[in-house]
Design a binder for this molecule. Structure first.
Ligand code: NAP
Ligand code: MG
Length: 401
């Protein structure tokens, strides 16, 4: 059969450790035999990031803006241990942080649901997509460890010199302080990304903050969402039969447990970090969670939600067999290929992505899976496959379809 032809290249961001190993296997076994794969390749592996003073990450983000669709492998965010392990010139920033900042995007994470791996929350019939605001708050904080008694103030100086000053606390002994911020511009594009994605995927949108306690900070999020909804999206939502629902974060958490799923839950940065881990672990495994960064001007970057699976990589380096789950990384590729197909008008490419996803699910449903899933499946008599054999099993399934 002739290979599927592509028009525009995908921006391919390679990564680190076990996911880098799987990246190559996925390309060799599942993509290159069927697609005349056109990619613009960026090596975001830590070694090359260090060599290029992290310029490669910036270049890959720029390329993503140019072409519109990227697929990214998990990458190491350096810490002290990595400094010596990779002999780094600097403790380079998280590539995901750099890319998010460049694209000003919102991250949507959706569990991959499959028969045999049922969510712990039994009434979750459909996946819940988490939309995490990826800018500011505690992730861009300024902190002080207060040494002793003294006065802490919050001070803003406008360009014209006007000062706004609030007392935070009069300390009578040691303590801690934290300054956080966000911008109307970032919150506005977060809101637009959420409303657009909800329309795109035909799902209701929930949003929640702690606006009763945080009467200015969190309330600002609530107000911006409401205004954007009313001025830009209300009619479209009503026409599509969709709902925008705002509530308090604690009410949202309680209600989510009772729903049947199938909606988008927009969260502030920290809530999204924590709640996406909760939703994914309730749905089985971090390795069964897709992640897409959507920018307000319609640029998409697909990845897996998990990290580089370091522990498995060290086993792999020792020559031991690994059983690392490649599902989320495969779905990153299919997400990117489907979007490329849609944008370039290549239905075969989108159909291929659908078929590959079905092959992955069918393989698992037939009882062939990696160890992480075998430990939690409700299916009996399953076969545990190693990393490469699972990918080959998916290929076999696809060949029979
Ligand atoms: P991790 O790579 O997500 O792995 C944590 C544990 O979760 C693994 O040890 C494994 O458990 C399980 N796991 C995760 N993905 C799996 C998969 N595909 N198949 C099977 N099991 C899987 O997180 P980490 O070990 O905390 O971080 C490792 C590196 O990844 C760090 O350098 C971090 O900076 C980076 N990271 C990158 C991203 C990203 O690029 N998006 C995100 C998070 C972390 P068992 O060991 O029990 O089998
Ligand atoms: Mg987290």
């Amino acid at each position: 059969m002739a290979k599927i032809q592509m028009k525009t290249p995908l921006v391919e961001m390679d990564g680190d450790e076990m996911t880098r190993i799987m990246w190559q296997m996925i390309k060799d076994e599942l993509l290159l035999p069927y697609i005349d794969l056109k990619t613009e390749y960026y090596d975001l592996g830590l070694e090359y990031r260090n060599q290029t003073d992290d310029q490669v990450t910036i270049d890959s983000a720029e390329a993503t803006k140019k072409y519109g669709v990227a697929v990214k492998c998990a990458t190491i965010t350096p810490n002290a241990a990595r400094m010596s392990e990779y002999d780094l010139k600097e403790m380079w920033k998280s590539p995901n942080g750099t890319i998010r900042a460049a694209l000003d995007g919102t991250v949507f994470r959706t569990p991959i649901q499959v028969k045999g791996i049922e969510p712990c929350v039994k009434n979750w019939e459909k996946p819940i997509t988490l939309a995490r605001h990826a800018y500011g708050d505690v992730y861009k904080n300024t902190e002080i460890k207060v040494p002793g008694a003294g006065k802490a103030e919050l001070v803003y100086t406008a360009e014209d010199g006007t000062v706004i000053r609030e007392i935070i606390h009069e300390f009578d002994g040691p303590g801690i302080l934290q300054g956080i911020h966000n911008t109307d511009r970032s919150i506005t594009s977060f809101a637009r990304a959420c409303f657009s994605y909800a329309l795109d995927t035909k799902q209701d949108l929930w949003f929640a903050t702690k606006d009763t306690i945080s009467k200015k900070y969190d309330h600002n999020f609530k107000d911006i969402f409401q205004e954007i909804y009313e001025t830009e999206y209300k009619e479209k939502f009503e026409a599509a039969g969709l709902e925008y629902f705002y509530t308090l974060i604690d009410d949202a958490v309680a209600r989510v447990m009772k729903t049947r799923g199938g909606f988008i839950w927009a969260c502030k940065n920290y809530d999204g970090d924590v709640m996406s881990d909760m939703v994914s672990s309730a749905c089985g495994s971090l390795a069964m969670m897709t992640s897409v960064l959507v920018s307000p001007d319609g640029v998409y970057e697909y990845e897996a939600a998990h990290g580089t699976v370091q522990r498995h990589y060290y086993k792999h380096l020792e020559g031991e067999e690994t059983s690392t789950n490649s599902v989320a990384t495969i779905f990153a590729w299919t997400g990117a290929l489907r979007k490329r197909g849609e944008l370039d008008g290549i239905p075969e490419l989108a159909e291929f992505a659908d078929k590959l996803e079905r092959a992955v699910l069918q393989t698992i449903e037939e009882g062939r899976m990696t160890k992480d899933l075998a430990l939690i499946t409700s299916l009996s008599g399953v076969t545990v496959l190693n990393t490469l054999d699972f990918i080959r099993a998916v290929r076999e399934t696809m060949e029979t379809m």
